[in-house]
Ligand binder design. Structure first.
Ligand SMILES: NC(=O)C1=CN([C@@H]2O[C@H](COP(=O)(O)OP(=O)(O)OC[C@H]3O[C@@H](n4cnc5c(N)ncnc54)[C@H](O)[C@@H]3O)[C@@H](O)[C@H]2O)C=CC1
Ligand SMILES: [Mg+2]
Ligand SMILES: [Mg+2]
Ligand SMILES: [Mg+2]
Ligand SMILES: [Zn+2]
Length: 467
C-alpha cells in the first residue's frame, strides 16, 4: 500500500522523526508499543530519531528512546553521533540523559582511547626488583605468559569471523607450558613482567591460590623465544601459529588485549635492538623484570646517576590532521610505501628540543609546504613498531599551496569534508584494495579504525558545522 507516493512504512518512519524533533513523547510511546517502526532506522542522511531529538534538545524523547534500548552509537553520514549533535548545539539536558546511561561518546565523556591505547594492567613498577615475588608470580598457575618469536606473537590459529575480518587471538601460556624453554634459554633469557590485571572477558578464570593483597589479579609476562626452534614452539599445543609480524596480525587483536601486546612487543624490541650498553658497548644485564639494562663494565658512565640509555626508549611522533584556512578541507598525504590508494595524516618524528606544536608545524611544512598556525592536541597512541608514541593533533593551516616533498611522499592533497565523509561511511573496501591499485571502489581510502589517523579524521568530521 502506498499513499502520497511513499510506502506506508516510510511514512510511519518520517512521522516518527517529526515527533522526535517536536518532542511528541505520547505519540512516540504509542508507536513504539505497536512496534510499527524500527527505533534505529535512519533517513537518507543517516539520521536516527535519537539524533533528531538531540538536535532540538528533546530530552524527554531521548529518555524514552534510551528506555526502549535505541542504539546510541549510530553515526550519520557526517560521522556524528547523537551525543556529538547535542554537544554542538549545547543541549545539556540531552547530554545528561545520554550520560546517565553512560552513553556519551568517547570524545564528550572521557578521553579518546585509541587502539593499543587501552591497557588494563597495573604495571606494579614497585615489584620489579622483588625477585622472589616475581618468581612466585611466574610459577602461579593463573599467570599468563605471552611468547614472541622474532617479535611475532604466538597466537591461536586464525579464526575467520567474517569474510574479511580475522581476529588474532594471543595464546595465553602457563609456566608449565614453557618451563622447558626457560631452562633452555638459561640466564640469557629476556622475560618481562608486564603487570597485574584481568581482561574484562576473563571473569570465568579461577582465582589464583595466592593470598597477597593483589592475589585476585592475574600476572602477565612476555618471553622472547626467538632462539627456540619454531617447531618446538608450535608443538606446545595444537592450533598455534606465529602471527605475521607486524601486519596484519598486530591490528587484528582483541581491543582489550592490544595494549598489553603493544607494551610487550615494544619492550622485547628494545631488548632486541639494544643488546649492548649504548654508552660503552660492553655487555649489559637485563634487570628490574625486563625494564632496565645494567652495563657490566666497571667505571662505565652509564652506571653513574640515572642514564636514560639504561631504560626502555620511546620515540615521540607527531601525527596531524591539517584543516584548511576555510575549515572545509583537510590535508592528507600518500607515503611512498602506502598500500593501494591509501591517504593518511602527515606524520613525523619529533626532534630533540622541540615542542609538539613546533614539530607539527615543521613536519607539515617539510612534507607539504603548508604553513600551520594553531595546533590542538587530540589523543595519543602507543605504536609498537617498534616503540613510538603517536601524538595526534589537529592543526589549522594559514596557507593553502602545496609543494609535495617527493623524497618522502608520493602525493599530498586537500580533500573536502564530503569526500572524506563518503569514504569514512561508505561501503567496506574490496578485499584487494590494499594491494591492487586498480581494485574496484573509491578513488582513495583512509587507514582503518585502528590507526590514530582514522580517529583524527573522524574527530574533524564530528566538528562539522553541518549539523
Ligand atoms: N597511522 C598513520 O596513518 C601513519 C603513521 N605513520 C607512522 O609515523 C611514524 C613517523 O612518520 P614518518 O613519516 O616516517 O616520519 P618522518 O616524516 O620524520 O620521516 C621519517 C624519516 O625521519 C628520519 N627519522 C628521524 N627520527 C627517527 C626515528 N626516531 N626513527 C626512525 N626514523 C627517524 C628517518 O630518516 C626516516 O626515514 C612512522 O613510524 C609511521 O609508521 C606515518 C604516517 C601515517
Ligand atoms: Mg612523515
Ligand atoms: Mg622527520
Ligand atoms: Mg617528514
Ligand atoms: Zn657501559
Amino acid at each position: 500500500m502506498e499513499t502520497d507516493g511513499l510506502p506506508i512504512q516510510k511514512q510511519f518512519q518520517e512521522h516518527f522523526f517529526t515527533c522526535a524533533t517536536r518532542g511528541d513523547v505520547k505519540t512516540m510511546e504509542e508507536v513504539l508499543q505497536h512496534g510499527t517502526v524500527n527505533i534505529n532506522a535512519t533517513n537518507d542522511h543517516g539520521w536516527t530519531a535519537l539524533m533528531f531529538a538531540a538536535r532540538t534538545g528533546q530530552d524527554k524523547v531521548v529518555r524514552l528512546l534510551l528506555d526502549h534500548g535505541c542504539d546510541t552509537t549510530v553515526m550519520n553520514k557526517s560521522c556524528q553521533t547523537a551525543a556529538d549533535i547535542a554537544t554542538f548545539w549545547n543541549h545539556t539536558a540531552v547530554l545528561n540523559e545520554l550520560e546517565k546511561k553512560g552513553q556519551t561518546s568517547g570524545s564528550q565523556a572521557q578521553n579518546v582511547c585509541n587502539y593499543f591505547g587501552y591497557n588494563p594492567l597495573d604495571r606494579c613498577a614497585h615489584k620489579r626488583k622483588d625477585a622472589q615475588w616475581l618468581e612466585e608470580k611466574l610459577r602461579d598457575q593463573s599467570t599468563v605468559i605471552l611468547l614472541f618469536h622474532d617479535l611475532g606473537l604466538v597466537v591461536a590459529k586464525g579464526e575467520k569471523l567474517a569474510a574479511q575480518a580475522r581476529v588474532t587471538q594471543p595464546c595465553h601460556f602457563t609456566f608449565n607450558d614453557i618451563a622447558a624453554f626457560l631452562e633452555e634459554l638459561g640466564t640469557e633469557k629476556v622475560l618481562v613482567f608486564l603487570g597485574l590485571g584481568r581482561l574484562q572477558s576473563d571473569k570465568t578464570e579461577p582465582s589464583p591460590p595466592t593470598s597477597d593483597k593483589e592475589g585476585h589479579l592475574t600476572a602477565w609476562f612476555a618471553l622472547d623465544v626467538t632462539s627456540i626452534s619454531q617447531e618446538k614452539i608450535l608443538s606446545i599445543k595444537e592450533g598455534l601459529e606465529i602471527a605475521s609480524s607486524p601486519f596484519p596480525g598486530l591490528f587484528q587483536l582483541p581491543e582489550k588485549e592490544a595494549g598489553i601486546v603493544a607494551q610487550a612487543r615494544s619492550l622485547l624490541a628494545w631488548h632486541q635492538r639494544y643488546k649492548f650498553c649504548p654508552t660503552c658497548g660492553s655487555t649489559a644485564l637485563v634487570e628490574e623484570a625486563g625494564y632496565k639494562h645494567t652495563c657490566q663494565k666497571e667505571g662505565c658512565p652509564s652506571l653513574k646517576g640515572v642514564h636514560n640509555t639504561s631504560y626502555p626508549r620511546t620515540d615521540p611522533v607527531v601525527i596531524m590532521l591539517i584543516v584548511s584556512p576555510d575549515g572545509k578541507k583537510c590535508l592528507l598525504g600518500r607515503g611512498k610505501r602506502f598500500p593501494g590508494r591509501m591517504y593518511s595524516c602527515l606524520a613525523g618524528f619529533m626532534e630533540p628540543g622541540e615542542t609538539i606544536e613546533d614539530a607539527v608545524r615543521r613536519e607539515v611544512y617539510e612534507e607539504s609546504g603548508v604553513r600551520v598556525g594553531r595546533v590542538q592536541y587530540h589523543s595519543s597512541q602507543p605504536f609498537p613498531l617498534p616503540a613510538s608514541l603517536m601524538i595526534g593533533c589537529l592543526g589549522y593551516a594559514t596557507s593553502e599551496n602545496i609543494t609535495v616533498d617527493k623524497e618522502e611522499l608520493e602525493d599530498a592533497q586537500w580533500f573536502t569534508r564530503q569526500q572524506v565523509a563518503e569514504v569514512q561511511t561508505g561501503a567496506p573496501l574490496p578485499t584487494d584494495a590494499l594491494t591492487n591499485p586498480r581494485a574496484e571502489g573509491p578513488s582513495f581510502f583512509l587507514p582503518p579504525a585502528q590507526a590514530i589517523a582514522h580517529q583524527l579524521v573522524k574527530a574533524w568530521l564530528r566538528m562539522s558545522p553541518n549539523l
